[in-house]
Design a protein around this ligand. Structure first.
Ligand code: SAM
Length: 236
C-alpha cells in the first residue's frame, strides 16, 4: 500500500431520509490512533472511482464487504485468515476506524480497503457482481418500531446487495438482539435473489467456523445474549 488513495470520507450525498444515525465520534483519541487516522488511513482508503483490482496490492479473486465493522476485530480476523482475498470495510464511527487501523498495523494486513463513512455513499459506485460476499455483524438493533427506517438492512439495501454480490456469493448476517434477528431475517428472506442456507437449527445457532470469534461475541455469550447466524446465498 504505497500510494495514498484519495481523501478521508464523503464521496456521495446520502438523501435526508437515509441520514446516518449512529455515533461518528466517541472518546477523544490518543496520539497513536490520531496519527493512524492521519497517516495510515489514506493508504487504505477506498477510492470508489478507481477499479477495485487496481486498489488492492494483489488482484484478489474474491472481494468481501463488511458493513459497520465497529472496532474491526472481525474484519481483521477475516483478512488475516484469507490473505488472497480482498476486504472492504465501511464504518463511520471514527474511533472504530482508528482501532481497525491498529489491527492493520499490528497484523501487517495488506488486503483491506476502508470507507470511513456511511456505506450507502459508496455502494452505488461499486460495479455489479464485484463481491463474493458481504457481512453485517451485530448491526445497531433499532428495536422501536418508530426507528425502523434507521435499520441498516431494508429492502433498498437488499436490492443493492443483490446487485453487488455475484451468483453463488454469500450474505452473512448475525445478531444477538431478538428484534434485530427478526428484521434481518425478514429483509433477507423477502428478497427473491437470496436463499437462506440453514437446513437445521444448528446452522443458525452455531457460529460458522469461518467467522472469527470477537470479544463482543464472547461478552454476548457470557451475558446470555445468544447470537444467531444467518447465511444466505445469492441465487443464480
Ligand atoms: C452495534 S455496532 C456493531 C459493530 C461490529 N459489527 C461488531 O460486531 O462489533 C454497529 C456498527 O454499524 C455502524 N453503522 C451503522 N450504520 C452504518 C452505515 N450506514 N454504514 C456503515 N456503518 C454503519 C455503526 O457505526 C456501528 O459501529
Amino acid at each position: 500500500m504505497a500510494e495514498p488513495r484519495g481523501g478521508i470520507g464523503g464521496a456521495g450525498q446520502v438523501p435526508v431520509e437515509q441520514r446516518f444515525y449512529g455515533r461518528r465520534k466517541g472518546r477523544p483519541l490518543g496520539k497513536t490512533l490520531q496519527r493512524l487516522l492521519v497517516e495510515t488511513l489514506p493508504l487504505f482508503h477506498l477510492d470508489p472511482d478507481v477499479s477495485l483490482a487496481d486498489q488492492f496490492e494483489h488482484d484478489p479473486g474474491d472481494v468481501f464487504l463488511e458493513i459497520g465493522f465497529g472496532g474491526g476485530e472481525h474484519l481483521a480476523g477475516l483478512a488475516l485468515a484469507k490473505p488472497d482475498a480482498g476486504f472492504i470495510g465501511a464504518e463511520p464511527f471514527i474511533n472504530g476506524v482508528a482501532t481497525m487501523l491498529r489491527h492493520i498495523n499490528e497484523q501487517d494486513l495488506k488486503n483491506v480497503l476502508l470507507w470511513d463513512d456511511d456505506v450507502r455513499q459508496v455502494l452505488p459506485k461499486l460495479p455489479d457482481c464485484c463481491l463474493a460476499g458481504a457481512y453485517i455483524m451485530f448491526p445497531d438493533p433499532w428495536p422501536k418500531r418508530r426507528h425502523a427506517a434507521r435499520r441498516i438492512l431494508n429492502p433498498a439495501m437488499m436490492e443493492t446487495l443483490a446487485r453487488l454480490i455475484r451468483p453463488k456469493g454469500m450474505l452473512m448476517l448475525a445478531s444477538d438482539d431478538p428484534t434485530a434477528k427478526g428484521w434481518l431475517l425478514q429483509a433477507a428472506t423477502a428478497h427473491p435473489a437470496f436463499s437462506w442456507t440453514a437446513r437445521c437449527p444448528d446452522d443458525w445457532r452455531n457460529r460458522p467456523t469461518d467467522i472469527p470469534e470477537t470479544r463482543y461475541m464472547r461478552k454476548a455469550h457470557s451475558e446470555a445474549r445468544t447470537p444467531s447466524w444467518f447465511r444466505f446465498e445469492r441465487m443464480c
